[in-house]
Design a protein around this ligand. Structure first.
Ligand code: NDP
Length: 246
């Protein structure tokens, strides 16, 4: 596992859940890893130790994705402290659900700021520093293209927009050897969607493989895209959901 030796990755929302699994896996593959967090300082410190235990440099950056300046600063801090930027993973996200006649303008602004504006700004800032072989990977959702339950209009729109952004950036950055892809997890066992939570049984019934993804499942796919074998894949969507979206 040394496909990313010499590379530097930045993972947004790397303190917990899928982002933490991705940060740990990229370190296992040899990358030095910066990650952002907003509230979970203790978890961020533990993540720094986990990356360092893998023999890699770690940088925890307190940066609320709702703050556009903080997102851009996270990119420049990564380059300043770790020397370069090869892999950006736009992972930080919030899951605000509610019926369309209940959601407010504030709900809209918060979700769009964190789930969409932050990936756009981070990608834009990162692209200015990236060279041949770099990767931009965004974490979407199976709810980007399907709404199998009520209350998803806002979350789904924020994730659907990542698909268009991914395709446009793939076109812009292809000539520079930079790939851009989006990974759509289905139900994944994290604080956001615990496999033992009240909504889990209903989700499981809709999944042919009858299991939630483990965050490490998603991290494995991201690591493959980030590695050398992903070099000819760009502008693509990858669904990892136990078959829930069939
Ligand atoms: P969690 O809620 O378990 O973890 C979210 C992570 O994002 C934490 O590290 C959190 O950091 C960080 N984060 C949240 N808000 C902000 C913010 N404003 N600024 C910076 N960091 C922030 O979520 P998951 O790991 O489950 O989700 C990760 C991604 O995967 C999200 O984009 C989500 O939409 C997507 N996804 C998840 C699915 C699931 O079933 N779990 C299914 C499909 C997609 P902190 O605690 O420090 O604030």
């Amino acid at each position: 596992m040394s496909k990313l030796v010499g590379k530097v990755a930045l993972v947004t929302g790397g303190s917990r859940g899928i982002g933490a699994a991705i940060a740990g896996r990229l370190a296992l593959e040899g990358a030095d890893v910066a990650f952002t967090y907003a509230r979970s300082g203790d978890r961020a410190e533990a993540m720094v130790r986990a990356v360092e235990e893998r023999g890699r440099r770690a940088l925890a950056i307190h940066a609320d994705s709702a703050d556009p300046g903080a997102v851009e600063t996270a990119v420049s801090l990564t380059v300043e402290r770790l020397g370069r930027l090869d892999v950006l993973v736009n992972n930080a996200g919030v899951y605000e659900v509610g019926a369309i006649d209940r959601l407010t303008r504030e709900d809209f602004e918060k979700t769009v700021a964190i789930n969409l504006r932050a990936p756009f700004l981070a990608s834009s800032a990162a692209a200015r520093h990236m060279g041949d072989g770099a990767r931009i990977i965004s974490i979407g959702s199976t709810f980007a293209t399907r709404a199998p339950e009520e209350g998803l209009s806002l979350y789904s729109l924020s994730k659907a927009a990542l698909i268009g952004m991914t395709k446009g950036m793939a076109r812009d950055l292809g000539a520079r050897g930079i790939t851009v892809n989006v990974v759509h997890p289905g139900p994944t066992d994290t604080d956001m969607n615990p496999a033992s939570g009240p909504g889990a049984a209903a989700q499981l019934r809709s999944i042919p493989l009858r299991r939630f993804s483990d965050p490490d499942d998603v991290a494995g796919l991201v690591a493959w895209l980030a590695g050398p074998e992903g070099r000819n894949v760009t502008g693509a969507e990858f669904t990892i959901d136990g078959g829930a979206n069939v």
